[in-house]
Design a protein. Structure first.
Lengths: 117, 113
């Protein structure tokens, strides 16, 4: 139980294009989803928190117009990197939490490697 | 602002050895602390979660301790195996009302057969 998937696992795109990454909770309803970014040999940095049906809360320094987050249902959140540039190349990981017994834990997806040429 | 530090950044041990990974955090007012494992190019797998009121948690060959007042946690791995090779991350959660996790940079462990 508590499986989170991400799609795609790897994406390469040209500079200036937009890329959408999906995060799905497969066997539970995710009341909250989180998007992280990880640079090589660096900590995971929280980008934003999203609750189903409401606007995402972005961390300081994260451009909300650049990184569009939609949490349309209790099992799906999407991160769209708009007008991607090489500096957006990174490993993006989502996590999800549910209510009830497992409310204290976040379950992480396998990550998406974005390379912008 | 909470900062999490993990020492060492990398560790290489022969198979069968017991080892300890360290995690320290600057703000002792945490809700819980969690240890994760990350394989190269993969997501995170939760290993152990310690609530702020707890001293330790055990799962198989893993034992995590928490000394909240001194801002430290250790992850003890007994009888290490090559399959334990991965990066180990610790993360702290600030409070009951906040689900934000602050991560360390991790310790990359290599267990040599």
């Amino acid at each position: 139980g508590a499986v989170v998937s991400q799609h795609p696992s790897r994406v390469i795109c040209k500079s200036g294009t937009s890329v959408k990454i999906e995060c799905r909770s497969l066997d539970f309803q995710a009341t909250t989803m989180f998007w992280y970014r990880q640079f090589p040999k660096k900590s995971l940095m929280l980008m934003a928190t999203s609750n189903e049906g409401s606007k995402a809360t972005y961390e300081q320094g994260v451009e909300k117009d650049k990184f569009l987050i939609n949490h349309a249902s209790l099992t799906l959140s999407t991160l769209t990197v708009t007008s991607a540039h090489p500096e957006d190349s990174s490993f993006y990981i989502c996590s999800a939490r549910t209510s009830g017994r497992w409310a204290n834990e976040q379950f992480f997806g396998p990550g998406t490697r974005l390379t912008v040429l | 602002k909470q900062e999490v530090t993990q020492i060492p950044a990398a560790l290489s041990v022969p198979e069968g050895e017991n080892l300890v990974l360290n995690c320290s955090f600057t703000d002792s007012a945490i809700y819980n602390l969690q240890w994760f494992r990350q394989d190269p190019g993969k997501g995170l797998t939760s290993l152990l979660l310690i609530q702020s009121s707890q001293r330790e948690q055990t799962s198989g060959r893993l034992n995590a301790s928490l000394d909240k007042s001194s801002g430290r946690s250790t992850l003890y791995i007994a009888a290490s195996q090559p399959g334990d090779s991965a990066t180990y991350l610790c993360a702290v959660r600030a409070g009951a009302g906040s689900y934000q996790l602050t991560f360390g940079k991790g310790t990359k462990l290599s267990v040599i057969p």
